[in-house]
Design a protein around this ligand. Structure first.
Ligand code: GRG
Length: 300
């Protein structure tokens, strides 16, 4: 499958699956469910689901089974965006081209919508049909996600980010913040895709996939920093300059925009190198290669 077609087809597919999922929820007319649907179904690149599908297709998983972790990871991601936008966090008024969840529904409902999306992610992994996925793999998915979004991942990253506002930090500290805040969820997408496999994936392959994920995770966040300076609000659907306004250190603010760009290229090459082991084991890595390129070239 060619890459542009993959992006279009799987974007349509995941959006449809998420819509169907939201329609199954009770209490449709409450502000809580309306806020959950408003944020989850308001577009977004769906990069994390793409990673689940790309890994799953590469290892020959059942397409039907991939929908569940793909939806779960997008629910978690949307929760993190809702909370990240709140007045006590990054204070974003615009998200995915629309007023942020708290602007539309109020901070109280927005907090609850984020919480409910997070728990929905876990409940669907326990109950939705995933042909050929072993029970122990469902459990491993839950363990992976719960570790990557809490104290050992995203929330810790966000807190590192907050405590370092207004401080002089090194590149190493910044990379650490990014690996926690953004990288851990992207790595989870890759790991969840792998866990849908009915086969045993050996440790070398798992490690190679983790190396790929770590490289694209960091590249993704650096590109986000670059777009926060050079991006177009209309294209991105969010307001630029937030990092500077909050006095957050970013890759371009520490080493300059050209060096930051070069770093994304180095990380892209690192990601491609990590895929060699998979190629040698006869996996078709084209989708993952193209996703890595997409991450560093994206304009939104
Ligand atoms: C628990 C109160 C509380 C808050 C937690 C977890 C959290 C707040 C924030 C997570 C950190 C975060 C949102 C990092 C930013 C990562 C990032 C660059 C997000 C944008 O992702 P895209 O570009 O967005 O994939 P789309 O809209 O395309 O899905």
């Amino acid at each position: 499958m060619n890459f542009p077609k993959f992006l279009i087809d799987y974007n349509l597919h995941i959006n449809l699956e998420l819509e169907k999922l939201m329609e199954t929820l009770p209490y449709q007319h409450t502000p809580l469910v309306k806020a959950m649907k408003y944020s989850l179904l308001s577009g977004g690149k769906r990069l994390r689901p793409f990673l689940v599908y790309a890994v799953g297709k590469m290892i020959d998983s059942n397409n039907f089974s991939l929908d569940v972790p793909a939806m779960a990871i997008e629910c978690i991601h949307t929760y993190s965006l809702i909370h990240d936008d709140l007045p006590f966090m990054d204070k974003n008024l615009l998200r995915r081209g629309k007023p942020s969840c708290h602007v539309k529904f109020g901070a109280d409902i927005a907090i609850l919508a984020g919480n409910a999306l997070q728990s929905l992610a876990f409940s669907i992994i326990t109950e939705k049909l995933m042909p050929e996925v072993k029970i122990e793999n469902r459990l491993a998915m839950i363990q992976e996600l719960s570790l990557s979004i809490g104290l050992f991942g995203m929330c810790m990253g966000q807190s590192f980010d907050i405590v370092n506002i207004n401080k002089a930090i090194t590149i190493k500290t910044l990379e650490n913040i990014y690996q926690y805040k953004t990288g851990s969820l992207l790595r989870s997408a890759v790991r969840l895709g792998r866990l849908t496999s009915a086969k045993n994936i050996n440790n070398d392959i798992s490690t190679a996939l983790d190396n790929y994920a770590n490289a694209i995770g960091l590249a993704f966040q650096i590109q986000d920093d670059i777009l926060d300076i050079l991006g177009d609000t209309k294209k991105m659907g969010k307001i630029q300059g937030i990092d500077k306004k909050l006095n957050k250190k970013t890759y371009p603010s520490l080493i300059g925009i050209d060096n930051a760009r070069q770093k994304t290229i180095d990380l892209y090459q690192e990601a491609i190198k990590a895929l060699y082991i998979l190629k040698e084991a006869s996996f078709d890595t084209k989708l993952l290669q193209n996703l890595a390129k997409y991450i560093i070239r994206r304009e939104k």
